[in-house]
Design a protein. Sequence first.
Length: 576
Amino acid sequence: MPHKILDIQDLSIDFVNNKIARKALQNIDISVFRGEILAIVGESGSGKSITALSILQLLNTPPAKYTSGKILLTPGADCIDILQIPREQLPSIRGNQVAMIFQEPMSSLNPVLTCGYQVMEAIRLHNPMPKSTAIEHTISLFEKVKLPDPAHIFHRYPHQLSGGQKQRVMIAMAMSCNPSLLICDEPTTALDVTVQKSILQLIKELQIQNQMGVIFITHDLGIVGEIADRVAVMYKGKIVEQKSTNELFKNPKHPYTRALLACRTVLHKKGERLPVVGDFMEENEEGIIIEKKSILGDGSQAIQYSQPIPSESGNRIFSIQNLKVYFPSQKSFLGKVTTYTKAIDDISFDIYEGETLGLVGESGCGKSTLGRTILRLIDATAGGIQYKGFDLRTANPKTMLSIRKEMQIIFQDPFSSLNPRIRVGDAISEPLLVHGIIPNRLARKDRVMELLEKVGMKPEHYHRYPHEFSGGQRQRIVIARALALQPSFLICDESVSALDVSVQAQVLNLLNDLKKEFGYTAVFISHDLSVVRYISDRIMVMNKGKIEEIGSAEQVYHNPQKAYTRGLIESIPRGI
């Protein structure tokens, strides 16, 4: 029999606030064996991260209260109940017997210490050794996680590395003491698909080499099919299904599991309405799950968006000509710029009325810079930006103000693009007030209520603050604000990349519905080609500031002409 490293038995956790207890975990049973990867899957708020943090006792008590259960850790011959040992013994377990890779490496790494020093510090904490030996070990770890020029990276600070490189530093730190159990909490959520694929391969290789147990937390079942041996599906603090990965993909029993599998864009044709969790199940007043027999996603109720695809014979609303955006990267002793970073390097293309142009590529390829330059949020270095006959680069402020009403942007992080001190109703009505569209306060409120209803929100949400909403709800609020002025042109900058796959499906359905109603032209920016293929009419692939290829969505996705595009497509996690 394989050696069982972790055995969680009947674990229940409440969060107590003002003497009111809210159940976070209910009767959780999970085991992890040496040499296997267990994936814990579920939407935000399902209890995945709370389960992981409880293993290392990283939850603050209070407000967390362990009401029942055991967490049994057996890294060697001895079995330890994590909930029973004195707290002063926990540092010898954290990082040594059990290591954790967190979702956001930038917030997990100290910005004022070099990457090498931080890994070396973890090594010497658990295994006292000379500094020179620790440096050699750290550089060896950097080589093992395939960081370029490990000796150079040792002396670099976190802000000097890319997202994928920072995540590799975190993996090196986690592996520094050869832990028996590695916990990966959404380690690839915000990464490009190509970087994500390399990180998944790296974790798998290290797991096989060291024969350690791995808990891999994610909301994406496509990733699970690539890496996991077994899967536990969580919903509202409970495990609703647990079985081998092959069996789960081939024969899912619980309606929530079937919903997570069905809502992935990679499985659906362009324009087909994506199924969501509400199509598979609902809860009654007692919280009991009721399965829906007639579901969307089996083809019988699929809604097709019949809006004709614009072609190059349509009306051209944007014409980008030889556009360049250069940023100074090095200066001489006298302050003269000697080297430039070419974010956008001499590109030309057109955008046609009514179309959705998908803009795809890895981080740093220039996607977001291009979107912001089109809206003149960033000044171009050279080239022309024609919008309906106006040259935006030479337009005077008065003309630009009138044009600004027609162009809006939806940013990647809705929380940072909403003022935390302003109620969402006031945030949505602000553009109407600034541009003098609806001077009357009551009329503006009625307009905001109408917009909230269109994006699937309720009238009572008008008076709430951004922190009172989930990520998906905040994204809906930002979409409502962008549509307040009824723009003819909309840029969606990674607007669904950080969302759960089920919430992502809801937002994509919403964008399709709103485009059908408002008829706007859109640029949809993403690093995920499966999402871009689903929602776009044409796709433009960018690489290092240049256009790699451009064509219809189906042509680029199914018959890519360039090796770079094929690499992006091959990196898409599809499951089993």
